[in-house]
Design a protein around this ligand. Sequence first.
Ligand code: GLN
Length: 454
Amino acid sequence: TEACLLAIDSAGALNAFVHHTPDMARQMAQAADARIRAGDAAAMTGIPVGIKDVFCVRGVPSQAASRILQGFRPEYESTVTQNLWNAGAVMLGKLNQDEFAMGSANESSCYGPAVNPWKVDDRQLTPGGSSGGSAAAVAADLCLAATGTDTGGSIRQPAAFTGIVGLKPTYGRVSRWGVIAYASSLDQAGPMTKTVRDAAIMLGAMASVDPQDSTSADHPVPDYEAALTGDIRGKRIGIPREYRVDGMPAEIDALWHQGAGMLRDAGAEIVEISLPHTKYALPAYYVIAPAEASSNLARYDGVRYGHRARLGQGDGITEMYEKTRAEGFGPEVQRRVMIGTYVLSAGFYDAYYNRARKVRALIKRDFDHAFADGIDAILAPTTPSAAFGLGSVDSSDPVQMYLNDVFTVTLNLAGLPGISVPVGQDRQGLPLGLQLFGKPFEEGDLLNHALVLE
Ligand code: GLN
């Protein structure tokens, strides 16, 4: 814990931690010490972790990197963080992210972007988003592990950009209670770690059956670490042909082949499969996610939480809402609220939102068919490129940024578990990741496949 606190102090330039909690860390580390001495250590006793700003931690600023939540210190603890503290983990502080987890570069944060510890020459690169602070902190050894959330790739893409492991669990595996909502039917929290084994241990600590989250699944949490045998002989790995998108860089294709080769060498059978509705995933996601966001973010009205705009003479409640939301939400969040409101409005609901929901069902069915055909896991690239320069994506063309999510959003739409593992490097030496998709609630098996890619 002391080593991490020291590292955090000297790594301010990464802008990974946005709230430091050194006193809490030392207290918790001491309690962990006592537990260890008493022979009462749990799975994560004494392990210093960072927490993405989107998780409510009692008494600690929890703003989802938004100005609109300025000054908000929750009176309650998210289930995930409570589970981590129960398992003995030590809280180092809150980690940077995109505002309300909307973004792929950590550039929409009210704290400014987190910076990738990997560099090419002197160019500052994005650690990815939205869990960019978590990824940067783990990659730079500021903490041993971090929490992330993944609505459309926000655990897996930053993991790939920083050379770490990121796991998005099955929807319902990890409680969403106390996690500031972005798109409730897609959001899922998961571990961001240095190794697959760490991911197994941390998932076991984060996951639970939680009556406070109505979508929490009623499945007991297995021992994920026990599933890590490294034996995948006879397993069938699907290579989805629709992921071979136009313009895919040769090095991503080569990485994908390399990963398939590693799994084959370990005794798995590699099979080409088809997930025919893949190409509709990105447009469906960018209808469903903003729709749910516009509804979830309606609660930020200047009354119940955080920031309230200064009002002028004669301003009434409408002006207060308008001014507060105009000041409190950044441009990307405002864009999503407008898109979401539009696709949910009378007259457009059927054309956009309902159609996207139907597409979502078809995407899920593609995966169901693959697994019913005997496929055990699916291998795909995590991202279409390595980390790009901060500020290099034209902000006047948001779709350019959305295209980064082309390989990740399908999984959230289908509610399945997926893991990104660092496998190779691009020609500049930057990390690249491959992801494996697994069957619902079979994270243990998924982690075991991932072990082979490590
Ligand atoms: N980049 C995607 C988005 O902006 C995914 C974000 C996430 O998973 N939270 O919506």
